[in-house]
Design a protein around this ligand. Structure first.
Ligand code: UDP
Ligand code: MG
Length: 312
């Protein structure tokens, strides 16, 4: 006899009024069949369409539905954080509202969890309905992240995962404001296992992440999990200084040997502009970290709750 465990599906939604009913229909079937007490927590991340009304309808029809509404759009990372903070079951499973992470796989995630894993994370084998550019930039990001960070962040892994009570408690201790959830999930450690799956196309609506948002998410990831860029300035500086020294020796030798007719304006300009550029880049990198430090020291709450309706 194995004891009965409980699990909450946490789904952050921003303007997903069309996708949610489809999603819930699928999820309800999954929960019926699941070998655990299942419930779902929908987090409305300050949607501007009818998402909240749709959620209320779902909660009215299904007693297993709990609702959380944030005071405004805080972004997916914080919406997930808010959701996970409100989970009181033995585990949580994170899904996207658009059906891209198939809820039908939940049973297999639960099986791995029962084997003793604390984090079962979905790794994407194939990504339907995504352009080659998105795939290429995503892959480049994981590679850079791998070089820069000591935390091993698994490749091609989104937020689709099951996490145990221990990990939920650990996450509650990480209260950083600039949150990169994929990084935090990896950072906590415990026993983790990958679960390969095929990512489906969105059931309705469009992606909420344009390239600018993705770029910013990438910056968040890098600055939250690596200080290598800060050290980069030192190495680039040392390298340029050495090169400048060698070149200086050459200029002195040349002047001594052949005299010094006035020339060299082009090289002067080139060096000046190059160094100016390097200095600005280095300053910018420092600025990225300083800005995050600034946000952190203000100690504002991570998110604000507008409405909290636990399941009935
Ligand atoms: N999402 C959110 N807040 C936001 C943006 C997105 O909660 O500010 C949710 C969105 O509703 C969806 C999930 O995050 O459930 C993933 O978003 P999306 O499908 O647009 O991203 P993609 O799959 O294209 O990377
Ligand atoms: Mg999606």
């Amino acid at each position: 006899m194995t004891e009965r465990r409980s699990i909450t599906f946490v789904i952050a939604a921003f303007n997903e009024q069309d996708a949610l009913p489809l999603m819930h229909a699928r999820l309800a079937r999954v929960m019926d069949a699941l070998d655990a007490d299942a419930q779902v927590l929908y987090v409305d991340d300050g949607s501007r369409d009818g998402t909240w009304e749709v959620m209320q309808q779902l909660a009215a029809d299904d007693p297993r539905v709990g609702l959380l509404r944030l005071a405004r759009n805080f972004g997916k990372e914080l919406a997930l954080t808010a959701g996970l903070d409100h989970v009181d079951t033995d585990a949580a499973m994170i899904l996207d509202a658009d059906g891209q992470d198939p809820p039908e796989l939940a049973a297999q995630f639960v099986a791995r969890w029962r084997e003793g894993y604390d984090v079962v994370y979905g790794t994407r084998l194939r990504r339907d309905g995504e352009t080659w550019l998105k795939r290429a930039t995503a892959s480049a990001f994981y590679r850079v992240m791998g070089w820069l960070s000591d935390t091993r962040i698994p490749r091609d892994t989104g937020d689709f995962r099951l996490i145990s009570r221990r990990v939920l408690d650990a996450l509650r201790q990480t209260r950083e404001r600039q949150r990169f959830m994929k990084g935090l999930f990896a950072w906590v450690g415990f026993r983790q296992v990958s679960f390969p799956y095929e990512r489906e196309a969105r059931v309705a609506g469009g992606s909420k992440f344009n390239y600018w948002r993705l770029w910013n998410l990438a910056l968040e990831g890098i600055t939250s999990f690596s200080t290598v860029p800060l050290r980069l300035a030192t190495y680039v500086g040392v390298f340029t200084a050495l090169a400048a020294f060698a070149w200086g020796l050459w200029i002195i030798a040349r002047t001594v040997l052949w005299g010094d007719p006035v020339q060299g304006w082009p090289s002067l300009m080139t060096v000046m502009l190059f160094l100016g550029g390097l200095q600005l880049v280095a300053l910018g990198i420092v600025g990225e970290y300083l800005g995050r430090l600034y946000v952190e020291v203000k100690q504002r709450p991570l998110y604000l709750v507008g409405d909290w309706r636990p399941r009935r």
